[in-house]
Every structure is written in structure tokens, then in C-alpha cells.
Design a protein around this ligand. Structure first.
Ligand code: BES
Ligand code: MN
Ligand code: ZN
Length: 529
């Protein structure tokens, strides 16, 4: 789906051809002086005066063939104070009315919108109009091909718009892979998706298999994978946007392509949802898709340990003791606590990159779903500034996180009689004890853990992946570029490099705002199998 940003007055918008038109109406417009006499403003003012547009963000009024307005279907939607969250609400409500007409082209009039509000509109629209088709034989693909955002001054919001479009590409790639069932999203297929991403400038990938992982001594990761017929993959993605000497941010995404629980098998109800247990991995792929499009001056490494968690004659058993890459031994008391076992070895591997920050993203615990539900993901960090940066990024990106504690007392339950630690503690504070387990593998590095078990997908009627926390991660990384620019040139300062791949010079800012997917970008999206 393409997005376009244009400077258009309401008059010009009314006379622009499109299948449908969405007018975002902030409360402040109710009272504004009646200087505008275009057909859209007159119609909206009349509706407000007649009380046909009730108060409240998300309230809508639909019209058909308005005189003087080219698009046949028009929806007027209140966006409250014009804040990003209220704009998102308005777009979601409006799309519920617009989608029946299956518009191919949509105009969105957002005259007074701030950059953040334009970004929210773009993301909400992409999100609402997304359709999963990969494993349906008869599915109609997404109808919406192009959305044009009409604003009073495109220049003022251009960079926010370009970022938002890149985030939607990342979110859609993440949704696409997370939604695919386990047999269509194996570790090898995830590795293939990563290879597609690596066709883009400044992105490269290495894929390790079982032998390489054994050589590295990743005994915990191997133990989880040993009960499956599908070979494990350890995916190492790199985005190089800054000098080689600039320390990277390392992202580690849990890539369990299906979690049966293993020998500690899960109950049958809703077990299908454990295909989403690679949501962390999907968010790393999605973040790389956004990086490839935005080309920021920063180095990022993405690590994805990926395998299935299956019960089998060869599967790891409760009580088995395994040796992690760090040398620490682990008593596998519950084979369903497998995420931490694959992550701990990836965290140890990450050390070699001397990261400026190490962030793992994982659908790690049911306990986190109980604690925070589907609104905020759990955020754990051993440095306050890193926690604050991630929390702020989540807030700004409408992809919020909530900081959780890491007191050492929470690690008491991980003690084991037969190994350096057990892989589970008691029932209490399960999200925290899982984080304490991971912390044993990061030493003093600046580390954060995002438990996305509650936010990576929705259950029930709207079952499907959300693409979270791609918006948070991209926001954090772009903020990190700004933070790094503020630092004195020594050490961490990143100088833009000349060109990462000789044949493909990095895109200029201008190219980025055109916001069309590159060929490689398209290849990395749907239908790349
Ligand atoms: N993938 C699950 C976590 C999960 C469960 C996410 C339900 C979303 C919904 C993870 O591998 C797991 O099974 N965790 C166990 C840990 C327990 C055995 C300590 C859990 O949360 O029950
Ligand atoms: Mn599990
Ligand atoms: Zn799991």
C-alpha cells in the first residue's frame, strides 16, 4: 500500500479524485471562525450545528455524493484534541464505515494535524486496512492501494510522515510472519525472510544452523530444538548505517515458531496461538525493514534464535541439566519455559558486538499477560536511562511499555540443587523471575527485556498479530541517532559512511519521503516464500 503526502486546502481536497474521503475533524474546528467556504467545511459545520456529529473522538458521520465533492463516499470523523491517540481512534472508527465500499484510493483531510498526528493517521490506516491472505486460497487482497494525506503544510510534517510510512512497512512484515501458521513460518522460512531483507542497502545477514550453534556451545538453545524435526536457525542480521567503530544496538528476538510446551506439554485450548511465539523475532525483522527504508546513521544487529518446542523421544526432559554458552548450567525444570533457554545463549552471543544497548523482545510469559494485559508490554532494564528511553519511545509511538522491577530477591526461586540455576521459579511474579533468569546472562551490559506476550497478538474474534513492538523499537532507534548526535565525537559518535554496498548508494532524505516501497522491500513482504 502506498502513502502520499500533499499540501491541499479543503477546497482542493474536495475537487481531488478518489474513491473515498475521510475528513478528520478536531473539536477546535467547531468553534473556529467561519472563514472557509469550501463544500467540506460547510457540510461539517452544518452537521455540528445540527448536532448530527456527536461529541467525542471516533464519532463519525457518513455521506454520499456531497455536492461539490469529487469522492463519492465521505466520512467525517471527530479526532478530539487532535492528539495522536485521538486521531488513531478517529481513523479506526472511520475505517469501520469506509471498508464496506472497498475503496482503492482514499483521501484523508487532516488540515491542522501535527507531524505526530499525521503519523498516527498513517499507521492507524495501514493497521485497519491490513488483510491476511498468505494461506487462504480465495481471500480478497487488501482493497486499499493508495492513501493521500492532505495537509495545510506538507513540508512541516514530511519527516514524521516518512517515518510513519517506514514503520507501517515494518509492522506489516512483522504481522505477516507472526500470522503465518507454524508450518508456513518455520525457522528456515524466517531465515529466508531475513535473507530477503538483506537484499537492501546496508543490510546483511548470516544464518547459522545446528552444527554452528553446537560449535558455539549453545547448549540451552540446542536443548529446546532437539525435540523437533525442523532444524534450528540462528539468524544474525546487521544494519550498518554508521562507521564500523560505532557500537551497535543489538536486538534479540525470541523465534519459537511453535510452542507446544515440549514434554511439559500445554493444554489443547488455544494452543494454536503458540504459532505467535515468534512475535519477538517478527518484530526484529519488521524493525530491519523500517531501518532499510529510513537508512538512519546507526548500527543495529538483530539476533534471532529460532526453533520449535516439541515433545519427542529425543526432546529435553524435566530435570535435564544443560550447559549454556556462558558456561552456566541450567536445570530444565519445565520444558515450557523454553523462551529463556534460547534467549540466554543469544544474549551471550551478543556480547561480542560490545553493544551500546542490548534489547531482547519475547513473548515470554503468560504471567506478563495477567499483569499488564494487551495494553502495555513489560519493560525490564538494568539501567535507568535505557528504561526511560524505551518507555518514552513507546509512549511517543503509541506502543506503550511499563517498567517492571528487577530486585535480586526475585531471583531466589531460580536456585537449583543440581545446576547453577533452574529455568523456572514459583508461580508468583512469573514475568519478573523470567527476566531475572535472562539477567544472569548479560553481566554489566546495558540491557533491557521487553515481554510482549500480551501485546504481540490479539485473541478472539479479531485474532491476529499486531506488529508490536515495531513502532516502539523504530522510535527508540531513531531517538538513539539523535542522542548519539548530541554526544561529543569520541568513541560512540557515528560518522555517516560513504556507501555500504557499492552498487546501491544510500537513499537521500528526499527519496525516503517518496515513501514507495523499494523492489527489495516488496520482496521482503508478503509472498516471499
Ligand atoms: N510462549 C509462552 C508464553 C506465553 C503464554 C505467551 C501464553 C502468551 C500466552 C512461554 O514459552 C511459556 O510457556 N511460558 C510459561 C512459563 C512457565 C512454565 C514458567 C508460562 O508463561 O506459562
Ligand atoms: Mn513455553
Ligand atoms: Zn514460548
Amino acid at each position: 500500500m502506498d502513502f502520499e503526502l500533499k499540501t491541499l486546502t479543503p477546497h482542493q481536497t474536495a475537487s481531488t479524485v478518489a474513491d473515498a474521503l475521510l475528513v478528520l475533524w478536531p473539536d477546535a474546528a467547531d468553534q473556529a471562525a467561519p472563514a472557509l467556504d469550501d463544500p467540506l467545511t460547510l457540510w461539517a459545520r452544518g452537521a455540528v450545528a445540527d448536532e448530527d456529529l456527536p461529541a467525542g473522538a471516533g464519532q463519525c458521520l457518513a455521506a454520499h455524493r456531497l455536492p461539490g465533492v469529487k469522492p463519492r463516499r465521505v466520512v467525517l470523523a471527530r479526532c478530539g484534541d487532535g492528539s495522536p491517540s485521538q486521531v488513531r481512534k478517529a481513523v479506526q472508527a472511520a475505517w469501520a464505515l469506509l471498508k464496506a465500499g472497498q475503496p482503492k484510493t482514499l483521501l484523508v483531510l487532516a488540515s491542522a494535524a501535527s507531524g505526530a498526528a499525521v503519523a498516527a493517521a498513517v499507521q492507524a490506516l495501514a493497521d485497519a486496512s491490513y488483510v491476511y491472505t498468505a494461506t487462504k486460497s480465495q481471500a480478497k487482497p487488501r482493497s486499499l492501494h493508495k492513501a493521500t494525506l492532505a495537509v495545510a503544510d506538507a513540508t512541516a510534517v514530511r519527516s514524521a510522515f516518512a517515518r510513519a510510512v517506514a514503520v507501517t512497512r515494518g509492522v506489516e512484515l512483522a504481522k505477516e510472519w507472526a500470522n503465518r501458521p507454524g508450518n508456513h513460518a518455520t525457522p528456515s522460512l524466517l531465515a529466508e525472510a531475513a535473507r530477503q531483507l538483506a537484499k537492501q542497502p546496508r543490510v546483511s545477514v548470516d544464518v547459522l544452523g545446528p552444527k554452528d550453534v553446537a560449535k558455539l556451545g549453545m547448549g540451552a538453545f540446542l536443548a529446546v530444538a532437539q525435540g523437533s524435526e525442523e532444524p534450528l536457525r540462528f539468524i544474525v542480521l546487521k544494519y550498518q548505517g554508521a562507521a564500523k567503530s560505532s557500537a551497535p544496538v543489538v536486538l534479540v528476538g525470541k523465534g519459537i515458531t511453535f510452542d507446544t510446551g515440549g514434554i511439559s506439554i500445554k493444554p489443547a485450548a488455544e494452543m494454536d496461538e503458540m504459532k505467535f511465539d515468534m512475535g519477538g523475532a517478527a518484530s526484529v525483522l519488521g524493525t530491519f525493514a523500517a531501518l532499510a527504508e529510513l537508512q538512519p546513521a546507526l548500527n543495529v544487529v538483530g539476533l534471532i534464535p529460532s526453533c520449535e518446542n516439541m515433545p519427542d523421544g529425543r526432546a529435553v526432559k524435566p530435570g535435564d541439566v544443560v550447559t549454556s554458552m556462558s558456561g552456566q548450567t541450567i536445570e530444565v525444570l519445565n520444558t515450557d519455559a523454553e523462551g529463556r533457554l534460547i534467549l540466554c545463549d543469544a544474549l551471550t552471543y551478543a556480547e561480542r558486538f560490545k553493544p551500546r544497548a542490548l534489547i531482547d523482545i519475547a513473548t515470554l510469559t503468560g504471567a506478563c499477560v495477567i499483569a499488564l494485559g494487551g495494553v502495555r508490554c513489560g519493560l525490564f532494564a538494568n539501567h535507568d536511562d535505557l528504561a526511560a528511553a524505551l518507555a518514552d519511545a513507546g509512549q511517543a509511538a503509541l506502543d506503550p511499555a511499563w517498567r517492571m522491577p528487577l530486585d535480586d530477591d526475585y531471583a531466589e526461586g531460580l536456585k537449583s540443587h543440581f545446576a547453577d540455576m533452574g529455568n523456572v521459579a514459583g508461580r508468583q511474579a512469573g514475568a519478573v523471575t523470567a527476566a531475572k533468569f535472562l539477567q544472569k546472562f548479560v553481566g554489566q551490559q546495558r540491557w533491557a527485556h521487553l515481554d510482549i506476550a500480551g501485546v504481540a497478538w490479539k485473541s478472539g474474534a479479531a485474532k491476529g498479530a499486531t506488529g508490536r513492538p515495531v513502532p516502539l523499537l523504530v522510535q527508540y532507534l531513531l531517538d538513539e541517532v539523535d542522542r548519539q548526535a548530541l554526544q561529543p565525537a569520541a568513541g560512540l559518535g557515528a560518522q555517516p559512511i560513504k556507501s555500504a554496498k557499492a552498487a546501491k548508494p544510500p537513499k537521500s532524505d528526499k527519496a525516503a519521503v517518496a515513501a514507495k516501497p523499494t523492489k527489495a522491500g516488496k520482496a521482503a513482504g508478503a509472498g516471499s516464500r
